[in-house]
Each structure stands twice: as C-alpha cells, then as structure tokens.
Design a protein around this ligand. Structure first.
Ligand code: MG
Length: 405
C-alpha cells in the first residue's frame, strides 16, 4: 500500500474543487489534503479546513485572510492548529510549496488559474489539470513541461485513458472529442434570442459552475477543449474532431491508423476523470456496479437504457466552436484574446448586461479588432488577456447603447 498523495486543491470551493474534496473524503487512504486555495467563499473553506486540516490555505486578499481566521476561531479551532493563511495571487501560487504538496489540482475557474498552475509546474509538481484555460492561454509555453500534467477534464481523460494513461501514443489518426450539445441543441435562432440566465445554467447532463455551463451552451467550452487537446496531446488541429453526443456516455475517442477506435464510457460525473488524474495507472472504486451506487452515490452506466447517437456539430449555429478552432489554428495570442473576451462576455450575460446571443459576437469582434502577436513570455500572454477584457468591455458598451436606441 502506497502513502496517500499529498494534494493541494486550487479552487477548492468551486464545483470541481468540491467534487475533489468529496473524493478525498471517500478515499482518505489515497488522498491527503495538505493545501487549499479559494477566492472568497470563506464559510465552506473554513469547513474544509476543519475537516481536512491542511497545512496551508490561500484566500483572495488580507481582508479575507482575517475573516477566515475569525471563522476558524469561532468554530473552536485553536490558534496552534491553524493552517498557514496566505493571500492574493502570490498566496495561491505558493500554497502548494508552503503545504508540502506533491501534486496540485488546478481547479480554479478561467484565466485566473493560469499563474498558480504555472507556479506549480515551475516548482516541478505534478498537476491534475481541470483548468483548461492554462493550456488555452499558454499552451506553447507549458508544452515543455507537459509530462507533469494529467488531465482531469472528462474528454481529455477519456483520450488519456484510450492511450493507456499516456499523453502520447503510436499510430494515432485522429482524436474525436464528444460534446453533449448543451441545453440549446436543436433550437432555432429565434428561440435563442429569449434565453435567460437560468436556461443557460441548466445543463442537461453535467453539474458544473455557471461559467462553464454557459460555455457549454454556446459550445465555446468544446472549442476551448479542442485547443487544450492540441497542446496536451501534441496533435495538429486538423486531426481533432468534435461530435455531438447528447447522451454524454462516450467521453471521447482515439482513432488509430488501422481504423480501430478506442473510447472511454462512463457516467457523466467529473469525479471519475478527477480520480483517474490522481490515481492512474491504478483505479479507485468511484462508481459502483450497475444498479448499485458507490458510497459517492455514483453507479456505472447501464448500457441497455439508452441508445448512443453521434452527429456533426452545426458550426454556423454554434459559432463559438468555429471561432475557437480558428483562434487555435492562428495560435500566438489569439486563444488568450478569445478566452479573455469570452470570459468578459459571459460575465456580461450572467449579470444581465447583454443577451445570450451577443456573447459570441463580442468575442468575434474582439478577435477582429485586436492584433495577434507571437507568444514568447507569460507577460505577453497576460497582457493579451488584459487587452481583450478591456476591448470586450468597450464592445459591450456599444451593444448596450445600440439596444437603447
Ligand atoms: Mg469537459
């Protein structure tokens, strides 16, 4: 029996982070939580500190650090048992080092996950990657350290598993990433105009945070995953395809030169791919057998219950997918600009600033306006991200004015 993995979870109060902590709870013999980072959800973070006794935690800023200490005290934790409390960008980047972690789960949402992921890679740690934006923005810079990464995203985990727990393999002809198609599959353009926040967040298959649920509805999420797959597996864009598979049972496939296709199937639950990113080549009993839930409440797929269908995505309807694929092919700062603009536009939609159908036009306009540069430094990537956010803000302002007239 090997020692448990000393793990730091970055983004521990988000959807993926919470699912990772439920794995740590179910498999204490395999996972020891030594570090936690969260932005501002202090109550659940305090609960996790009491539950897992990490050595270091990081929060958004000094104010939050003070509030967390007060919460811990109020819950009866003695000062000598406090974890080291760090804060800010530097705190999130150093929580792994301060906690003695051997592996980091990068589960922060969006481009904010890039710097801490980069710091963990630079420190030589293993990184279970759920933050696809790290590779979308800085894939070219991260590529030399790719062997430190294991994918936690379900599609990439499926490919990883089809390749036998490796990021590379011989005789690969193409990768096929599957997409559920989101809540608006088969809708008309007219119907899309009336989409509300609640409708976009109601994903038919997966339980996810608001940003990624929204990206699934525009298929931008799949576009980001194409770019992620390109960098992760070192596969040219021409060899990465997307198929819409509404049942979300086949999580992705690899086709080899002999025509064999290897797929991974399983319940649509992130905890399977999260667990494999930490356990491989071993496997843990995350889901129970058919008809019998595991302690985590998950059971294996019952293949007799549904038929599986696959179809080409309509890239005219789901323009976000086409835009992301184009940005990936252009390379340089194009993916960072696209992602920054998309994060701002999604936030604009979620806060009621623009309608759902204007998310992708904001991204497209931003890509048309801003210059695309080569990527040679992390500063260059972050600068492109910043410029895209500013530009997206201006574009949304114009859209708002137009809709008033
Ligand atoms: Mg995914």
């Amino acid at each position: 029996m090997t020692d448990p993995i000393k793990l730091a979870v970055l983004g521990s109060t988000g959807s993926v982070g919470r699912q990772a902590l439920s794995l740590a709870e179910a498999f204490p013999e395999h996972i020891e939580i030594v570090g936690l980072a969260a932005a501002a959800s202090l109550e659940p973070l305090a609960g996790s500190v009491i539950r897992f006794k990490p050595k270091a935690v990081s929060v958004l800023g000094p104010d939050e650090a003070g509030k967390l200490a007060a919460l811990l005290k109020a819950r009866g934790l003695r000062k000598e048992n406090f974890p080291e409390i760090l804060s800010g960008e530097a705190g999130a980047a150093s929580v792994a080092a301060h906690s003695g972690a051997a592996a980091v789960l990068s589960a922060m949402a969006g481009a904010a996950g890039l710097k801490p992921t980069w710091a963990a890679l630079k420190a030589g740690l293993k990184v279970a990657l759920a933050n696809k934006e790290s590779l979308v923005l800085a894939g070219e810079l991260i590529r030399p350290m790719i062997s430190q990464i294991s994918p936690a995203d379900s599609e990439h985990s499926a490919v990883f598993q089809a390749l036998g727990g490796k990021l590379t393999g011989q005789g690969i002809r193409r990768l096929i990433l599957t997409a559920s198609g989101g809540p608006f599959l088969g809708w008309t353009a007219e119907q899309l105009r009336c989409v509300t926040r609640e409708m976009a967040l109601n994903h038919p298959r997966w339980s996810m945070g608001p940003k990624i649920s929204c990206d699934s509805a525009t298929l931008m999420n799949k576009g980001l995953e194409v770019i992620e797959a390109h960098h992760l597996f070192g596969i040219p864009y021409d060899l990465i395809e997307v198929l819409v598979h509404p049942q979300s049972a086949v999580h992705s496939l690899v086709e080899f030169v002999d025509g064999s296709q290897l797929a991974q199937l399983g319940p649509a639950d992130m905890r399977l791919s999260l667990a494999y990113s930490l356990s491989h080549p071993a496997r843990w009993p995350v889901a129970g057998p058919k008809g019998c839930r595991s302690p985590l409440g998950i059971e294996a797929l019952d293949l007799t219950l549904s038929s599986l269908t696959f179809a080409e995505p309509d890239r005219k309807f789901f323009r976000g997918l086409a835009l992301a694929e184009e940005a990936g092919r252009r390379g340089g700062t194009a993916p960072a600009i696209m992602n920054g603009a998309n994060e701002e536009a999604v936030r604009g939609f979620l806060t009621g600033r623009i309608p759902f159908v204007q998310i992708i036009p904001v991204v497209e306009e931003c890509l048309n306006i801003l210059p695309i540069d080569r990527v040679s430094t992390m500063e260059g990537v972050l600068e492109a991200d910043k410029r895209a956010r500013l530009e997206a803000g201006k574009i949304m302002e114009r859209f708002e004015k137009k809709s008033l007239h």
